[in-house]
Write a protein that binds this ligand. Structure first.
Ligand code: UDP
Ligand code: MG
Length: 317
């Protein structure tokens, strides 16, 4: 029977959280009295996650395993989940139980009211460092200001997507992905549901500062030309300043030949402009690199095992 609901959880070294994730998700989903599936994407874990996923999938046919050939990153893992999901409504959730599975029922209620995208808004974050909260808060507000898509503030990937939205998302094969932006871009009727983001069930964050920065850059470059335009703005600004400065300096020199004597001001101006030019070049490079990645047209991920492979393998046993 085709499932009505698909729950997608990306897994990267989550051996301690996995059994609890399965237990809580199945408990919550059974309350809907509808068929459901849990798509677990093993994003190249080095711990026992892979074995645990297999075990869960052998015991319960509703668990659908996707095994990556290596670590491709969280956003790509979720993308694979969207690719392999079959439900009419698809829920993306973190495996560490920071997003309480119980909230899924609230998302489903909104879906039943007719919304195609129901995103969960973190009204509270428990036990995260002030640094994470601070950088996250700046990040969401920056993205909101400079991108063309209005990505709701303080929302993560925890959300429900109707099949209509998933179909559109599955046609968007960009390599540097920012899924929450993509799901806003899709449109349809969207609504938020507040929830309290809890503590990690076990283990520690798989999102070090480096990965967060990468995600932020993907979000900005994926949805805005603003950084590219920055060079133009600064160019106009310094050209304007120069036009004003030229007559001012001429007049001051005419009045008093001692004024603007020396190289310091020249040096500062040259260094400043050199810096601005190099930064602009770097930004340009950032976009060109992304264009290059798209042109290569490589697949987004390599799966060493899909749910279908797993079905065949277990049937033969
Ligand atoms: N994750 C993943 N691949 C990665 C990093 C993370 O699939 O390279 C998964 C991880 O297992 C978890 C989710 O993405 O299910 C969110 O990661 P995490 O909880 O570490 O991020 P945080 O909540 O600290 O931002
Ligand atoms: Mg987490």
């Amino acid at each position: 029977m085709e499932p009505i609901f698909s729950i997608i959880a990306p897994i990267y070294n989550e051996e301690e959280s996995l059994p609890e994730l399965y237990r809580r998700v199945s408990e919550v989903m059974d309350r809907t009295h509808e068929p459901w599936e849990l798509v677990l994407i093993n994003d190249g874990s080095q711990d026992k996650s892979s074995e645990i996923i297999r075990e869960l999938a052998t015991r319960d046919k509703r668990v659908r395993p996707v095994m990556f050939a290596r670590n491709f990153g969280h956003q790509i893992a979720v993308t694979a989940g969207l690719d392999y999901s079959r439900g009419e409504a698809v829920v993306i959730i973190d495996a560490d139980l920071q997003d309480p599975p119980e909230v899924i029922l609230e998302l489903i209620d909104k879906w039943r009211e007719g919304y195609e995208v129901v995103y969960a808004v973190r009204s509270e974050r428990e036990g995260e460092t002030w640094f994470k909260k601070f950088t996250a808060s700046i990040f969401y507000r920056l993205i909101y200001r400079i991108t063309d898509v209005k990505i709701p503030l303080d929302t993560g990937d925890f959300r429900l997507l109707d099949r209509k939205g998933v179909k559109v998302m599955n046609t968007m094969r960009e390599h540097h992905r920012f899924l929450r932006g993509m799901s806003s871009w899709v449109g349809f009727r969207q609504v938020g549901v507040n929830y309290k983001r809890g503590l990690r069930f076990a283990g520690e964050t798989k999102y070090p500062f480096r990965k967060m920065l990468k995600l932020a850059v993907n979000a900005i470059t994926g949805f805005s030309y603003f950084p590219l335009q920055l060079a133009t703005y600064i160019g106009f600004l310094s050209a304007g300043l120069a036009i004003i400065a030229i007559p001012v300096v001429i007049i001051l020199r005419a009045i008093n030949p001692q004024m603007f004597f020396g190289q310091a001001s020249t040096l500062i101006a040259v260094l400043f402009l050199g810096g601005v030019q190099l930064i602009s070049l770097g930004i340009l490079g950032e976009y060109i690199g992304r264009v290059y990645d798209e042109v290569k047209g490589r697949p987004l991920y390599v799966a060493s095992e899909t749910p279908e492979d797993f079905d065949i393998e277990t049937q033969n046993q």
